[in-house]
Design a protein around this ligand. Structure first.
Ligand code: B4P
Length: 187
């Protein structure tokens, strides 16, 4: 089972991916978390991506393509995983398809997290005060929403053609959203 969580920033992908990961016993692979950890540790990767993230921009595809290759090679992701926050561009989606196909696998579910923009902004402002994330400043939030519309939203049509997209009404409580995810995934 390879499950992709797709949706705008702040839609709760990370929150739900953690819950589902625990329930299925499959790893949550979150490029955002991997990148934030690299920034916090000041690794060469972190130094390369910090500026992009703080401005609310996507990290360049070539950096992410290497990262995706590494994470898909993880032994715990051999039989399934939850992709949280990637692919985020058409180039990344093609790379994921290629890598999975090379192993005789494919994406089984795409869950699209649907939340109105005012609620996204409210959640990210709240997260900024709780977690102090440097990519949750008002300017970065605006930019991230714009980047989502331009670069990530086109993936919805791409996956819809394959009939793998399931819409999640993600404005409810964390528990109510988790219940919908459970129904869709069937576990
Ligand atoms: P991410 O880490 O993926 O961050 P996100 O999209 O903002 O968060 P998410 O949707 O997971 O929301 P969350 O559960 O936290 O990306 C960060 C940055 O990394 C990107 O901007 C980009 O620069 C870079 N990046 C990552 N992947 C990349 C890629 N593939 N290519 C290029 N660049 C990449 O929830 C948000 C808040 O809402 C939380 O505070 C949570 O507690 C709250 N919440 C969750 N569910 C709720 C609910 N049901 N009700 C009320 N509040 C809820």
């Amino acid at each position: 089972m390879f499950i992709l969580f797709l949706g705008p920033p702040g839609s709760g992908k990370g929150t739900q991916a953690k819950i589902l990961s625990k329930r299925l016993g499959k790893p949550q692979i979150a490029t955002g978390e991997i990148l934030r950890a690299a920034v916090a540790q000041g690794t060469p990767l972190g130094q390369k991506v910090k500026e992009h993230m703080d401005k609310g921009q996507l990290v360049p595809d070539d950096v992410i393509l290497d990262l995706i290759k590494d994470v898909l090679d993880r032994p715990d992701a051999k039989d399934g995983a939850i992709f949280d926050g990637f692919p985020r561009t058409v180039a990344q989606a093609q790379q994921v398809d290629r890598l999975l196909a090379g192993r005789g696998q494919r994406l089984t579910h795409v869950l699209l997290f649907d939340v109105p923009e005012e609620e996204l902004v409210r959640r990210m402002h709240h997260r900024a005060t709780v977690e102090g994330r440097t990519d949750d400043t008002p300017d970065a939030i605006r930019k991230r929403l714009e980047v989502y519309r331009q670069q990530t939203a086109p993936l919805v049509a791409l996956y819809a053609q394959r009939g793998t997209v399931h819409r999640v009404e993600a404005t409810g409580s964390v528990e109510a959203v988790a219940e919908q995810v459970k129904r869709i995934v069937g576990h």
